[in-house]
Design a protein around this ligand. Structure first.
Ligand SMILES: [Zn+2]
Length: 301
């Protein structure tokens, strides 16, 4: 008899609930809009969908990756960058557990994606690596000695909040010049809009750069350079065997690559400058796969 796991990925825009087998293959998947601002009723709706799939397949455990900060021991959302958000304090793990009647393991979506890389992605047979998800914001996950790094409260790996310029703009986290303010899709759109003196989103900025527009190329260059500097700081701290990048911005990796390498080379110790920077091959499925396989491994330890 086949054994199944439920994997849930609660992103800023969409929530995906899937059935996976124990080698991380997705058997069935569903997508609903993320309505985290609704509070508890939204998370109950996610739990009900998971419950339906669990009963249909006889799944044994549920893994959840979610945007935001989640306390490792309580499974509740922490204030994070948005202390007044309606989801703060919501007991995510307990709600999904009540709905499904199964053991549930919850973690940050980008952090848990690193586990997917470890098990079935670019981190297989690698014991030390760093994952960055570059989308609306920047998320991260760190694998050290073959283990996902959690930290005291489960908040290790929020790598978008490494400051690359103490004189830079103020970040909602309270720091200034955070990497996320330079490299995310939101940041690219904001800086392109300033450069063009009109509303330009990140996609248009990359398209203009691809067509050779000098102002757009400058935005892309500074984005790549900032990312390279961030990676340099991370390499100096942890000496990873490789970086694995994922997320929507990577559609433009060829444009970004020279400036990423320039920023990296200028900030990393010379003995670490050959650290490989790879792209994920998991598409957008790292969150679901990582959540499911992490949960499976927790009940089989
Ligand atoms: Zn920050």
């Amino acid at each position: 008899m086949n054994t199944y796991i439920i994997g849930i990925d609660i992103g800023a825009t969409n929530t995906r609930v899937a059935v996976l087998n124990t080698v991380g293959e997705i058997i069935e998947r569903h997508r609903i809009p993320s309505e985290m601002a609704e509070g508890r009723p939204f998370f109950e709706k996610v739990g009900q969908l998971a419950s339906k799939l669990a009963h249909k397949t006889g799944a044994q455990v549920v893994g959840v990756g979610s945007a935001g900060q989640i306390h490792k021991d309580t499974g509740c959302y922490l204030p994070g960058l948005y202390p007044d958000a309606p989801w703060v304090g919501i007991p995510l793990r307990d709600i999904i557990q009540e709905q499904t009647g199964l053991p549930v393991f919850v973690d940050n979506d980008c952090k848990i994606s690193a586990y997917a890389e470890l098990k079935v992605g670019q981190g297989q047979q690698i014991s030390d690596f760093i994952c960055l998800t570059l989308g609306t914001g920047i998320g991260g996950g760190i694998i050290t000695n073959g283990q996902l790094v959690h930290g005291e409260h489960g908040l290790a790996g929020h790598l978008g909040h490494i400051s690359i310029d103490p004189r830079g703009p103020l970040c909602p986290c309270g720091n200034t010049g955070c990497l996320e303010l330079y490299v995310s899709g939101t940041a690219v759109g904001k800086r392109a809009s300033e450069a063009f003196n009109r509303k330009v989103d990140s996609k248009e900025a990359f398209l203009l750069a691809n067509a050779g527009d000098s102002k757009a190329l400058e935005v892309v260059h500074s984005t790549g350079f900032a990312l390279g500097r961030g990676l340099g700081a991370m390499a100096n701290l942890l000496n990873p065997q490789r970086f694995i990048l994922s997320g929507s911005i990577l559609e433009w990796y060829d444009l970004l690559r020279p400036s990423i390498e320039e920023g990296f080379t200028k900030s990393v110790m010379s003995s670490l400058k050959h650290t490989p920077i790879l792209q994920s091959t998991l598409g957008g499925d790292g969150g679901i796969i990582g959540a499911a396989l992490y949960a499976w491994d927790q009940i089989n330890r």
